[in-house]
Design a protein around this ligand. Structure first.
Ligand code: G6P
Ligand code: MG
Length: 220
């Protein structure tokens, strides 16, 4: 059976993790909460709602529902203002090459992202056509580390979970892939992503011989 490849979006395909960080940082500040770069690692990969819940927890704050909704909207507007000018230049190094390698070998490719903005972003950077399926924040109810998003992505590309390979930059996403019994590949810092099966600084570090071995690897 052929392998399926599932890509996270923010921080894996495009460098939007920095925009999420800036937007959350400013929003938190506006309600008197500060958080560190280290805490920000816990916001990566999780939904907008879960992110705001975590920030409020860190600041020991609770909010009425309408205020909560308003702040989520505010954060997203700020984020959207950052991404309006995005283009191909914000595709992370090696991404286009690996998509090309995988699709030339006829392996299906899915997106598995928590973001509700994934389609706009893929369109902006002109990568939408590479994907056989898009599963994102609009299709799931449970945030990573719940495996729902990856299991749905696997289903969408007709590939059993243990034949899927996931690329992720977040701790929550690596955990989700592991729970789903998929091969987890961290993109980023190996000390942060130490639960992943493999970690690479970026896609330029992933060579063809590794991919070839990976395609033959079976996860029990
Ligand atoms: C990704 C990012 C998170 C972001 C989440 C929701 O997983 O890593 O930082 O909060 O998506 O994104 P959205 O674009 O829907 O606010
Ligand atoms: Mg990510």
């Amino acid at each position: 059976k052929t392998k399926g490849f599932i890509f996270d979006l923010d921080g894996v395909i495009v460098d939007t993790a920095k925009y999420h960080y800036l937007a959350w940082k400013a929003l938190a500040k506006s309600i008197g909460i500060d958080f560190t770069v280290h805490q920000n690692e816990q916001l990566k990969g999780i939904s907008r709602e879960s992110s705001l819940n975590k920030i409020l927890e860190w600041g020991n704050k609770t909010l009425p529902k309408d205020k909560f909704m308003e702040l989520m909207k505010e954060k997203n507007n700020q984020y959207l203002s950052y991404i309006t000018t995005m283009d191909e230049n914000e595709i992370l190094p090696g991404v286009t090459q690996i998509l090309d390698y995988i699709s030339q070998r006829k392996h299906p490719i899915a997106l598995g992202s928590a973001s509700k903005n994934s389609k706009i972003i893929l369109q902006k950077v002109n990568l939408l056509d590479w994907f056989d399926a898009i599963v994102d924040g609009n299709n799931v109810t449970k945030a990573k580390p719940d495996p729902e998003v990856f299991l749905k992505a696997a289903k969408a590309i007709n590939t059993p979970a243990n034949q899927c390979i996931v690329f992720e930059d977040s701790v929550a996403g690596i955990q989700a892939a592991n729970v789903a019994n998929m091969i987890s590949i961290g993109i980023g810092d190996s000390t942060i992503l130490n639960e992943a099966d493999f970690v690479f600084k970026d896609f330029t570090e992933i060579h063809v011989d590794f991919l070839e071995r990976l395609i033959k690897t079976k996860k029990e």
